[in-house]
Design a protein around this ligand. Structure first.
Ligand code: NDP
Length: 287
């Protein structure tokens, strides 16, 4: 079997074009949607992610504000900036690029962001709302994955979904979203015994680990849908996912590539959340 490719670039372009229309409608009412991005330190990958997010904003008609701080900055300075952005009526979304340097308590930083501007969806209140099935902002990567599954009409009700990885930003919210759609969800992690036993049962397999090509074709159920969230840099400089694309695509029904899969959709959903925030604040300023 040769799998169907789920093209993240193409799907993201469709999402962005719809968002550009919505951004235009807001602008016609005198509101320019705006996203503030905070980058702390000089992590090369983070700098690339921030650049890509800012470029995507500009293409979609979303104003972006970028604040960079040295890696040894006093956390109080960053807290003060978030506080200022929280109170700025012309800023609709605030994103702090992770990971943060060691002197920061990440949860404390994320919880300083006003819940109505938390477009990454990482604030404890927003995760709580998602867990209760009343999402305000869906974390961008799992949100993008759900759009990718919808784009191929993947059948979710009653499906066995297996997620490898249990991080707060990918694995756990991914599990909540699939559960809400009627999947029977299994979450695997570094202490899981016999990972292949679980992955071979999956109708929907999501890999979010950060280990190059660790999921091979032999670990995949024939006909499964495989979503590869992982982004790993190989010694030759090339990017690859957590799934061994060559062997997996011989077994599964559909698969996302890396690069060009979940990455572009993550950015598209960040823009979607920012627009959603701007629309809500425009319609219900007290939201
Ligand atoms: P984390 O490092 O926070 O989490 C990795 C998870 O993988 C942990 O739950 C860990 O288990 C689990 N794990 C590690 N080793 C194994 C193993 N041998 N078997 C099973 N599980 C294992 O990573 P993130 O969730 O932040 O990111 C995961 C990957 O996705 C990375 O490659 C990252 O770059 C990528 N990513 C891509 C995005 C995109 O837009 N495409 C966005 C965000 C992330 P334990 O909890 O027990 O330690």
């Amino acid at each position: 079997m040769t799998a169907r490719l789920i093209d993240g670039h193409a799907l993201a372009a469709t999402v962005r074009s719809d968002l550009a229309t919505r951004a235009g409608a807001l602008k016609a009412r005198g509101i320019t949607p705006a996203l503030a991005v905070i980058l702390v330190g000089d992590d090369a990958a983070s700098a690339v992610y921030v650049r890509n997010k800012i470029a995507a904003c500009e293409k979609t008609g979303i104003r972006s504000l970028h604040f960079s701080f040295a890696g040894d900055v006093d956390p109080a300075v960053v807290f003060a900036k978030i506080d200022e952005l929280n109170r700025d009526a012309e800023v609709h979304g605030i994103l702090v690029q992770l990971p943060l340097p060691k002197q920061f308590e990440t949860d404390a930083v994320l919880e300083t962001i006003a819940v109505e501007k938390d477009v990454d969806g990482f604030h404890a209140q927003n995760i709580g709302a998602l867990a209760q099935g009343k999402p305000r902002f869906i974390p961008c990567t799992p949100y993008g994955v759900m759009k990718m599954l919808a784009s191929i009409n993947a059948s979710l009700e009653g499906a066995e979904a297996v997620i490898v990885g249990r991080s707060n930003i990918v694995g756990k919210p991914m599990a909540l979203l699939l559960l809400a759609q009627g999947c029977t969800v299994t979450i695997c992690h570094s202490q899981t015994r016999d990972l292949a036993f679980h992955t071979r049962r999956a109708d929907i397999l999501i890999a979010a680990v950060g280990r190059p090509k660790m999921i091979t074709g032999g670990m995949i159920k024939p006909g499964a849908v495989v979503i590869d969230v992982g982004i790993n840099r190989l010694p030759d400089g090339k990017l690859c996912g957590d799934v061994d694309f060559a062997s997996a695509s011989e077994v599964c029904a559909a698969i996302t590539p890396v690069p060009g899969g979940v990455g572009p959709m993550t950015i598209a959903m960040l823009l979607a959340n920012t627009l959603e925030a701007a629309e809500r604040l425009a319609l219900h300023p007290s939201f």
